[in-house]
Design a binder for this molecule. Sequence first.
Ligand SMILES: CC(C)(COP(=O)(O)OP(=O)(O)OC[C@H]1O[C@@H](n2cnc3c(N)ncnc32)[C@H](O)[C@@H]1OP(=O)(O)O)[C@@H](O)C(=O)NCCC(=O)NCCS
Length: 179
Amino acid sequence: MKNTNYTIEKARPEDQTAIKSLIREARLDITDIRWQKFLVARIEKSPRTVLGCIQMKIYPGLKELASLVVGPAYRGQGIGQALVHRLLNDHLMTPRQDHNHNNRDHSIYLLCPQYRQSFYEQFHFKPVSLADHLPWLLVLRYLPARLLGPLLFKIQIIAMCWDKDSYLSQHTKSALTEH
Ligand SMILES: CC(C)(COP(=O)(O)OP(=O)(O)OC[C@H]1O[C@@H](n2cnc3c(N)ncnc32)[C@H](O)[C@@H]1OP(=O)(O)O)[C@@H](O)C(=O)NCCC(=O)NCCS
């Protein structure tokens, strides 16, 4: 297995094309792609080369981890995991922003194919269902995906919610800053 030296940092305007092509090639949702929300992984010696990306979509009362892609040539080296840890770490370090919602800490959700469940469980995401009183904005995204996923792509789409306390109990603050 290759061992690529890479860095993870906030996306820059010039990364837009690379981000879009990673997302298109992976056949992920191409709506709501604004470079300002993205983190990218770059090759250390060739910083223009974006080899992976992830974003946090922010809605009223809800955050969604989305658009996680690592280029096929660079998979299996821990880059996807590092992108997720960094996004969660940045979230933990960000002051709460939405004062219209009693300064509550927003839950982080994601939608993914069922076969990715174990990948996200390692970051303490837990599957949730419609019976769990999901935020309506998530339901609006989840229902069409749940219905159309099996029909169009023959995959089951699930929703997962981040268990922050459980994550923090495993990853101490010092460990978090290493990602
Ligand atoms: C998902 C993806 C981002 C992973 O990127 P990556 O850099 O290969 O990820 P990592 O090397 O950090 O780890 C991946 C591997 O973790 C392993 N893994 C899964 N569950 C695990 C667990 N509980 N604990 C540890 N490792 C686990 C798997 O082997 C997984 O690879 P695989 O599912 O592709 O076989 C990449 O495969 C990709 O871009 N896929 C296409 C787009 C996509 O599906 N995005 C996710 C949308 S929900």
